[in-house]
Design a protein around this ligand. Structure first.
Ligand SMILES: [Mn+2]
Length: 383
């Protein structure tokens, strides 16, 4: 337990990175005081990113984490050259650049670890880490889906509620979108009929304490591509009908993606927000990519995770995280269908899969592994 009076963010970070055995891993201990000091320190760093953050390649883009702390550590360590890792006492990833697409909390069992580690990295390596806001970094959602409960259980009712309030205050400072190398636009959910220019994102209030209904901010956090079925999806006209699965925001068709890319002068949209069995999925002639980075989501689905690496020369490659443990044997089929994070019409593989395939090759494909045989990456082309 840390000494409350002398919060040291470097020591706090270190505590999250030294895990002797994942087999016996339970959880870190936190005090109200250190979490509040962490939040106070990260607030100005997040504020500086504005509503539309910007970062240059090389950068790794990461999708939903959802309290899966072990998988977050795997992602951070992924593709760190061994020499680099040694030089920096095993934390070779710290100086690498990342854009996280939000949904750090809820669902999984270690939301506090995930968001705390993210904030510590943001404080220490401010310009290397862009932490976008997901729909779970909003009060009504993380009240209901686990984060508040975890804080109350681990800190006690009074401190837990106080820290939960404080976290939700700082979530308002997280940027809603990020421009990577001026050609890739990232957000958690999707595009919007209210997104006409990049200025529209820059003009959103920052901090944003109320997302608002039928707003650009709500669509950036919540929208989904249509599932490819029906007339709307194949229409040549941009369309943004109501998002029935989520009960708010919109879905958008392929024409809407092409139209948005053209108007904003971007080549690719990268978003998260939907569990994808393979960890990633293209839409609209590879103009939109969904990345989901929580393998074996909630220990219920057999999905892989994925990240996207963008190189300085525009080369894109998918890093894939295999799911690791066996499925929980007592999962009923209906338990895996959750409107909140489930794409409509997604096929969920329920059987255990041990094979890794590198797919979605647009050009030549290569694979390499730095993850002790557990992760693989595959080139998917160049911007
Ligand atoms: Mn989401």
């Amino acid at each position: 337990m840390a000494d409350d009076k002398s919060f040291d963010v470097n020591m706090f970070l270190k505590r999250h990175l030294i895990v002797k055995s994942w087999a016996n891993y339970r959880q870190l201990e936190y005090t109200k005081s250190e979490l509040i000091q962490l939040i106070d320190l990260v607030t100005p760093a997040l504020k500086e990113d504005n509503s539309l953050a910007q970062i240059s390649p090389p950068v790794t883009i990461v999708g939903d984490i959802h309290g899966q702390f072990h998988d977050l550590i795997r992602i951070l360590n992924y593709n760190v050259p061994k020499d680099d890792a040694k030089k920096k006492s095993g934390y070779g990833f710290c100086n690498n650049r990342f854009v996280f697409l939000g949904d750090y909390v809820d669902r999984g069992s270690h939301s506090i670890e995930c968001i705390s580690l993210m904030f510590a990295l943001k404080i220490i390596y401010q310009t290397n880490y862009i932490l976008l806001r997901g729909n779970h970094e909003t009060r009504a959602i993380n009240y209901a889906y686990g984060f508040r409960e975890e804080l109350v259980n681990r800190l006690g009712p009074a401190d837990g509620k106080e820290v939960w309030e404080k976290f939700n205050e700082v979530f308002a400072y997280m940027p809603l979108a990020c421009l990577v190398g001026e050609k890739i636009l990232c957000m958690h959910g999707g595009i919007s009929p209210r997104l006409n220019t990049l200025e529209d994102i820059k003009n959103i209030d920052h901090p944003l304490f109320e997302i608002g209904n039928d707003s650009l901010a709500q669509d950036l956090l919540w929208a989904d591509p249509t599932d490819g079925q029906g007339l709307i999806a194949v229409s040549q006209t941009p369309a943004y009908p109501k998002n029935i699965v989520r009960g708010l925001s919109v879905v958008f068709n392929e024409a809407a993606v092409h139209d948005t890319c053209k108007r904003l002068g971007i080549k690719l949209i990268v978003r998260a927000h939907q569990m994808i069995p393979e960890g990633f999925k293209f839409f609209a002639d590879q103009k939109l990519l969904t990345i989901f980075s929580a393998p074996r989501y909630m220990n219920e689905t057999d999905n892989h995770g994925a990240t996207l690496k963008v190189e300085t020369n525009g080369r894109l490659s998918i890093g894939r995280l295999r799911n690791m443990k066996a499925l929980h044997p007592n999962v009923a089929a209906d338990e895996i269908t959750r409107g909140d994070d489930m794409p409509s019409g997604a096929k969920v593989a329920k059987k255990k899969s041990n094979s890794m395939t590198v797919s979605a090759s647009k050009s030549s494909s290569s694979s390499n592994s730095h993850g002790k045989g557990k992760n693989k990456s595959g080139s998917i082309g160049t911007l």
